[in-house]
Design a protein around this ligand. Sequence first.
Ligand SMILES: C[S@@+](CC[C@H](N)C(=O)[O-])C[C@H]1O[C@@H](n2cnc3c(N)ncnc32)[C@H](O)[C@@H]1O
Length: 282
Amino acid sequence: MARGFKATRARRGIDFYDDHPISEGPVLAAAIERHGEKGRLEAEHLFEYDQDHYGGVAAVDLLARRARIGAGSRVLDVCAGLAGPARFLASRRGCRVVALELHRGRATSADRLTRRTGLSALVRVVRGDARQLPFRAASFDACISQEGFLHVDDKAATLAECRRVLIPGARVAFTDWVARPRLADRERTHLADWMAATTLASVDGYRELLGRVGFGDVDAEDITDEWRAVLDTRRRTYRRLREQYVRRLGEARYGEYESLYAFFVGLLEDGKLGGARLTATR
Ligand SMILES: C[S@@+](CC[C@H](N)C(=O)[O-])C[C@H]1O[C@@H](n2cnc3c(N)ncnc32)[C@H](O)[C@@H]1O
């Protein structure tokens, strides 16, 4: 058994997101509590709660700079979750964003939150699979993804698809968990079972894959230290809001997340798992 980890029910695949702490109900409740019920709900009222990745909107902004996203860009966000990053980009940069998400419930929530914040003219939510993008070739000026590819088994197909839908010269920029050499097979299995991390690539693996599917100008940044700090804060917040989470998810599920955090932090501390930001040009 991996360090600090209790036995939990296996959650292979994206049913991991069926009762995720970052979901439509809690996001709305938190935003309304903070900003009040009166008046229109603005996208920015949600930013503190609807970003399901490490580093919040600052991380989206950085990725947008790497992908050279401007006001006129047609952007694809792959594995878009609740479309928090998509709404941030549309509202701050004025670009059009397609938010591609496979999980039915999350895609529906993403669409509802987008309508509620009046951004439907700029953000379109599409339910679909990253491995087989339902878009014509060369239809986007930039492609981003945050902490989504860990869930996707066929990363070569996914990256090839991202390249196919980009115009020549456009960039893909994404962040993901990466495996370090000492990550053991049984730890990979735990990550797959308990947080749907189907496969984890290494930084070199990503470099090789991006080159193999035809991207050039590949750049990789190690962002493990940034994520360690974020993970720590998330874990403390999660503990602080224990009562709320237990009420919503139940004691058992709360405990699962708590031990997941411990397991995760352990892997980071042991240098077995890291975070990376990758950029490449079509
Ligand atoms: C950690 S969340 C990140 C969400 C979003 N990028 C964000 O930062 O807020 C990963 C998302 O990827 C989605 N996902 C997993 N596999 C997918 C696939 N094959 N195609 C599209 N989306 C997928 C999950 O349902 C989940 O919503």
